[in-house]
Ligand binder design. Structure first.
Ligand code: NAD
Length: 511
């Protein structure tokens, strides 16, 4: 069982000494404060001390950033460079990310509360994505049709779409901007980037690496600020051509409605309520480990969290008993501790929201088997890994994204019933299926309405594989070999050769 969480002050001091503590806005290749001189302070959710102070952008800075991106697109060198030249810059950024990986990992760890070992993995994954985008940049091409007739040739080219507004959430700050920005740049677009106001430091730091890699001024502009003013300006401004948004379904819908006024292209990566289905013939040790990982990775503050465990009935009692033993031993604590698996909860308000979901489930008749409450701590906010048993598909806890370390247990008898339960929410981001029978895996995965289905694994990813949601989990896909195409417009060039067959023929009276 977890003892009260103690934090090692000397470890924190050593970490703070390694990172930049103040951050300015990057607009048109220059760093500066906002016009009003206002700042945002970020308090570490684990340590309760201010770790970062950012210059706070307002609508004024959003306007400047959009102007810079527009000019860089309309008149600057970036969209006109060869793919090889753009690719070289992206490769250099990847190397710089690797050079400064420890600083970037510390920034994300201290601002989001995620364990340092996990943050390091995310930064390594991000560098890999920049390299993958660099490779795709050189393969961006259109199509040609020489089949239209002897005098005709059709060529379809892909033009960069223009200025892209990139808006990201707080749970994977550096990884998510890296799922968007390198592909937009590979296509030849320019961008305005707004990280979450809770975790802006690593994205602002990325700005330094972009300039060091030789990205021309104005191609990427990074502004820290809130959604209500800066985010709203980035989605409404007619000079922006596309919105690439990752965040909650609620805010995503509102950003889409705003973007619709000027008919911008939108790409939406939104929430999830992901099921893991465990059949009685599964490799139980593997399924147990993946159930714990799926529910508590990133403290459950994860769009892909496997927050619904749907277990075949004959197995359920034993599986939940084994699960309880494992969950009690998950190490929760100081995110700077190398062995910690579950760090802090992002804000006090969010912790209250998570506890509210557990209380509501209890009131609806579910049983809390493990956890259910916040943990004793010296500073910050921590939630005990929680198992809620006896959950029914219609309960709020089975339908809404809790976004905390809370696992709901549901049961099923037949494969059809498992699929029906898995599909019984508004979301469709990802799912897991555990069975040693190939037929079961294939049939169930084909029945599930989700963008990714893992079989006998969970939350695996690769830059090569598209990622995104069905239903209210989103619109469009990121990563994969078409990721650059998403930031382009198709233009048809239709050529004709030889004499023209006249449309106009003289009237008989004129002959
Ligand atoms: P959020 O929706 O509250 O905020 C996301 C971003 O939108 C932030 O930068 C915020 O400042 C901005 N924003 C807020 N109001 C805005 C507005 N009116 N116009 C434009 N931008 C606005 O989400 P969050 O709490 O930061 O992140 C958690 C959510 O993100 C969860 O729902 C999670 O599932 C989702 N998420 C999805 C994926 C995915 O790939 N599908 C990945 C990570 C997180």
């Amino acid at each position: 069982m977890n003892a009260p969480i103690k934090l090692d002050r000397s470890r924190l001091d050593a970490a703070l000494a390694r990172i930049p503590r103040t951050h300015e806005l990057l607009i048109d290749g220059r760093w500066g404060a906002g016009r009003g001189g206002e700042t945002i302070e970020r308090i570490s959710p684990a340590h309760g001390v201010t770790v970062s102070t950012y210059a706070r952008a307002s609508e004024h800075e959003a306007d400047l950033a959009i102007s810079a991106a527009r000019s860089a697109f309309d008149g600057g060198p970036w969209p006109r460079m060869t793919a090889a030249e753009r690719s070289k810059v992206l490769l250099d950024v990847a190397s710089l990310i690797e050079r400064d990986a420890e600083v970037i990992a510390l920034l994300d760890c201290l601002e989001s509360g995620k364990p340092i070992a996990q943050a390091r993995g995310e930064i390594a994954g991000a560098a890999d994505i920049w390299r993958y985008a660099a490779a795709l940049a050189r393969d961006l091409h259109g199509e040609s049709f020489s089949t239209l007739g002897p005098n005709k040739l059709g060529v379809v080219v892909r033009d960069p779409i223009g200025v892209v507004s990139i808006i990201t959430p707080w749970n994977f700050p550096f990884l998510i901007v890296s799922q968007k920005l390198p592909f937009a740049l590979a296509a030849g677009c320019t961008a305005v980037v707004k990280p979450s106001e809770l975790t802006s430091a690593s994205t602002l730091y990325l700005g330094k690496l972009l300039l060091e890699a030789g990205l021309p001024a104005g191609v990427v502009n990074i502004i820290a600020g809130t959604g209500a003013d800066v985010g709203a300006a980035m989605t409404s401004d007619p000079r922006v051509d596309m919105i690439s948004f990752t965040g909650s379904t609620r805010v995503g819908k509102s950003a889409m409605a705003t973007a619709a006024q000027t008919l911008k292209k939108v790409s939406m990566e939104l929430g999830g309520k992901n099921p893991q289905i465990v059949f009685a013939d599964a490799d139980l040790e593997a399924a147990l480990d993946a159930a714990v990982f799926g529910a508590y990775f990133n403290a459950g503050e994860c769009c892909n969290a496997g927050s619904r465990l749907i277990i075949q009935r004959p197995l359920a009692e034993r599986f939940v008993a084994d699960l309880q033993r494992k969950v009690r031993d998950v190490k929760v604590g100081d995110p700077l501790d190398e062995d910690v698996r579950v760090g802090a909860i992002v804000t006090p308000d969010h912790l209250e929201k998570i506890e509210g979901y557990v209380a509501e489930a209890r009131a609806a008749g579910a049983e809390v088997k493990v956890g259910g409450t916040r943990l004793e701590h010296e500073s910050g906010q921590f939630m005990a890994p929680t198992i809620v048993d006896g959950v029914q598909p219609q309960m709020t806890i089975a339908r809404e994204e809790v976004f905390g370390p809370v696992l709901s247990i549901l049961t099923f008898e037949t494969a059809d019933e498992a699929v029906a339960i898995a599909n019984s929410t508004d979301y469709g981001l990802s799912a897991g299926v555990w069975s040693q029978d190939f037929n079961t895996c294939l049939n169930v995965s084909r029945g599930i309405h989700a963008g990714t289905v893992w079989m006998n694994t969970f939350m695996d990813g690769a830059s090569e594989l598209p990622f995104g949601g069905y239903k209210q989990s989103g619109l469009g896909r990121e990563l994969g070999r078409r990721a650059v195409d998403d930031y382009t417009e198709e233009k048809t060039l239709h050529f004709h050769s030889g004499p023209r067959t006249a449309w106009w023929v003289p009237r008989p009276s004129e002959t």
